[in-house]
Design a protein around this ligand. Structure first.
Ligand SMILES: Nc1ncnc2c1ncn2[C@@H]1O[C@H](COP(=O)(O)OP(=O)(O)O)[C@@H](O)[C@H]1O
Ligand SMILES: N[C@@H](CCOP(=O)(O)O)C(=O)O
Length: 294
């Protein structure tokens, strides 16, 4: 079988741990029955020998496969990774969702996307990457009694993403340790009001509200201080016409949502200012993971 899983950009500013969307940048994994287990890696992580011995996708796959099939058959895993690691593009969530969906497919057990999502939340404590990786589109999610409740909005082709991908990683786990354990009430109201308005703006396609609705006072500043160039990335992106400009997930990438016709202008402005960073124009993904060949 072959599965493709999209990258995701989580938080989108004030929507910490609850808002996210999927991007048309994919990891692909081919899995075939074999007489012995083997792993090959192309693309991101190709040089990392550890991924052939201690691979989180394979571990999660067999967790689920053994639960469903009651045995551990050997498979060949061929990874074609396009999602950079630790750049705030949901690489770890793509692994979790891809491994679970693949295990159900290889065990011959049908599963709804809700089932896949509610398995994935057991491995990833926050739903803002896994929900769009499962469903695609823009998603607003909560976790209630261990179950994920999410709503999806399909995003039209009038929108594109200009993503600035720095050459330095930011580990999600480490980046979360930089955040305070509690916040003043005014900060909480600042973020929850904007997250609400941001969600309403996406669902009603009122793009002119995105700029004010995507501001955050709970996590971005502390994280962006680890890579001060990101403050200028945002300034240039907004000056060039981006609808919104936010730290992608826990970083280090910077997410810029633009009208399709403005994408080249915004990308050129960012490329001219940050020659050392990757600047890519992506479409949005509205499908989530896809099993492209059984
Ligand atoms: N395709 C992959 N195959 C195996 N492991 C992966 C893959 N993508 C990510 N990982 C694991 O996840 C880690 C990155 O997780 P994290 O810091 O949460 O980054 P991100 O912001 O991309 O989600 C990598 O260091 C690696 O251990
Ligand atoms: N809400 C999380 C999102 C992490 O996204 P990632 O793409 O960096 O894994 C957080 O901000 O920690």
């Amino acid at each position: 079988m072959k599965i493709k899983i999209p990258a995701t950009s989580a938080n989108l500013g004030p929507g910490f741990d609850c808002l996210g969307l999927a991007i048309a940048l994919y990891n692909e994994v081919c899995i075939k029955p074999s007489s012995y287990q083997s792993i090959s890696v192309k693309g991101e992580g190709e040089e990392n020998a550890k991924l052939k011995k201690n691979n989180i996708f394979v571990s999660i796959f067999y967790d689920i496969y053994q639960e469903l099939a009651g045995k551990k058959d050997p498979f060949r895993f061929e990874f074609f990774n396009a999602i950079p690691f630790s750049r705030g593009l949901g690489s770890s969530s793509a692994v979790i969702v891809g491994a679970i969906a693949s295990a159900y497919e290889m065990a011959g057990v049908k599963a709804s996307r809700e089932t896949i999502l509610n398995k994935a939340i057991l491995y990833e404590t926050h739903p803002d990457n896994i929900a769009p990786a499962v469903f695609g589109g823009f998603t607003s999610s909560v976790v209630e009694s261990g179950r994920v409740k999410t709503l999806k909005k399909v995003l039209g082709e009038k929108l594109k993403v200009v993503m600035v991908i720095p050459d330095r990683p930011m580990s999600t786990a480490h980046s979360r340790t930089l955040l305070p354990k509690s916040y003043p009430m005014k900060n909480v109201v600042y973020n929850l009001s904007r997250a609400s308005l941001l969600t309403a703006a996406f669902f009603s396609e009122n793009w002119e509200f995105l700029r004010v609705a995507s501001k955050d006072c709970m996590h971005e500043h502390r994280r962006m201080k680890q890579m001060k160039e990101l403050f200028e990335v945002r300034e240039i992106a907004l000056r060039s016409g981006a609808l919104m400009s936010t730290l992608s997930g826990s970083g280090s990438s910077f997410f810029n949502l633009v009208k399709a016709e403005d994408a080249p202008k915004v990308a050129i402005a960012l490329k001219n200012a940050f020659g050392m960073f990757r600047v890519e124009i992506f479409e949005l993904d509205n499908n989530g993971f896809e099993i492209v060949k059984s």
